[in-house]
Design a protein around this ligand. Structure first.
Ligand code: PMT
Length: 406
């Protein structure tokens, strides 16, 4: 048994020289226990014959949107419904642009529009095409919409150039898909995560913010997804690529974040507040840009709403995990927050030091709950996130031994 056993995978093949690697990929997916149905663009059939894929997948190959015979048997809607996952490999720059634009002018693009299954895209193209800002923007957009982008990798290309753009090796793609269906410690649970900083407007051009990069919250979102959860991420402005999540909401101010979180909280089993939410915002932001006429200016601030406390006090309260960012008495402050906000777990980190906390790639946490605590020593945020997710899952399942997933 593998994670792919019994899974229905539609393998979409587009027209690039790497199309030949899709043959090996089909074989590996079937060996891993998946059922594979292949849909090819016309350009793809110029590189490899549909017969090859018919033999390897043991299923007819789909190429035509408007072929009545094929449509009545297994057309784009049936294929779209059949899929547990649609994998486009290789995906050309042209097809990626089409996906972004939402075009449906052939079988493969139409079934991508029609499916509710997750879509994974493995790009393969010339390195200059990959670097082109249009392609980069298209890929970013697909990622933001929740599609999983696999690769590409760097290396020699069929055109003789060297650079980014090679299709990932079929085995790597197959392994990545396996992790996609991982039945982890949070399988079946909905996890709501906040990440990044907030921006509080002073006037239309200036704002108050903080040093949060979003790295910790994004790593948690990725780790929770990896653990099988359906993750909703609400993020303040960051420069990071979107992690793999079910639902991503971008917000700016503490008030926006409050609204977005409170909108979603009743369907969450677990809430993790990793965002550095502003505690104060300008009481009356100016509508026009403030002129620098005065030698001094006084800015009146008012308190923002405490999202974590509101979540913890909400009617359908999820298992609630708060963070604490401290410059002194880390453990005392963490325990105070645990009690004051009636939290299930507090994850406390030092900030303002050379290592860990804001912006750094590494972090260390002191994690406490009623009746216990744990130290997670300095490590990459990805590792810390995986360890914290395991701790959260343990505590959640200890408190909810027989709770059905929402
Ligand atoms: O983003 P990175 O650069 O990776 O940095 C990670 C981090 C340091 C931002 C992260 O690990 C972290 O500590 N996040 C919480 C930062 C923070 O605001 O801590 P706090 O002690 O001020 O707040 C405590 C808790 O209350 C936090 O869960 C916070 O999300 C929440 N809060 C705060 C204010 C507010 N108005 N609403 C809230 O929900």
């Amino acid at each position: 048994m593998t994670n792919l056993t019994g899974k229905h995978i539609v393998l979409g093949i587009t027209g690039g020289i790497a199309a030949y690697k899709a043959a090996e990929l089909t074989r590996l997916l079937r060996n891993a226990g998946a059922s594979v149905r292949v849909a090819m663009t016309h350009a793809a059939t110029a590189f490899v014959s549909p017969l090859t894929f018919q033999a390897l997948s043991a299923n007819p190959v789909h190429t035509e949107l408007l072929d009545t015979g094929e449509e009545s048997a297994m057309g784009h809607i049936s294929l779209a419904r059949w899929a547990d996952l649609v994998l486009i490999a290789p995906a050309t720059a042209d097809f990626i642009a089409k996906l972004r634009a939402g075009l449906g002018d052939d079988l493969l693009s139409t079934l991508c529009l029609a499916t509710r299954a997750p879509i994974a895209v493995a790009p393969a193209m010339n390195q200059a095409m990959w670097d082109n800002p249009a392609t980069q923007e298209n890929v970013r957009c697909l990622r933001d919409r929740g599609m999983r982008i696999l690769g590409p990798e760097e290396g020699g290309q069929a055109c003789g150039e060297v650079g980014m753009g090679r299709l990932l090796e079929p085995q790597q793609i197959c392994d990545e898909l396996g992790s996609f269906f991982d039945n982890g410690v949070l399988a079946g649970l909905s996890v709501l995560i906040s990440a990044g900083p907030t921006r509080e407007a002073i006037d239309p051009v200036r704002y108050i913010s903080n040093r949060s990069s979003g790295k910790m919250g994004y790593a948690l979102a990725e780790a929770a997804t990896q653990a099988g959860a359906k993750v909703s991420l609400v993020t303040g402005p960051t420069a990071l690529n979107a992690p793999r999540v079910h639902d991503l909401s971008r917000v700016e101010s503490a008030a926006d974040m409050y609204r977005s979180i409170m909108d979603k909280v009743s369907s969450a089993n677990i809430y993790i507040g990793a965002a550095a939410v502003a505690d104060y915002c300008p009481a009356a932001p100016e509508k026009q840009k403030i002129k620098k006429n005065e030698s001094e200016m006084v800015l009146t601030l008012k308190k923002t709403q405490d999202i974590l406390s509101a979540v913890s006090a909400s009617e359908k309260r999820p298992f609630t995990v708060g963070f604490a960012a401290e410059t002194d008495q880390l453990e005392d402050h963490a325990r105070q927050k645990l009690a004051a906000k009636s939290l299930d777990i507090v994850a406390a980190n030092w900030v303002g030091r050379e290592q860990g906390g804001f912006e750094n790639d590494d972090n260390a946490l002191f994690v406490c709950w009623n009746g216990g605590h744990a130290y997670l020593p300095l490590a990459p945020k990805k590792t810390i996130a995986e360890q914290l997710i395991r701790l959260i899952a343990e505590r959640y399942h200890a408190q909810n031994p027989a709770k059905n997933p929402r």
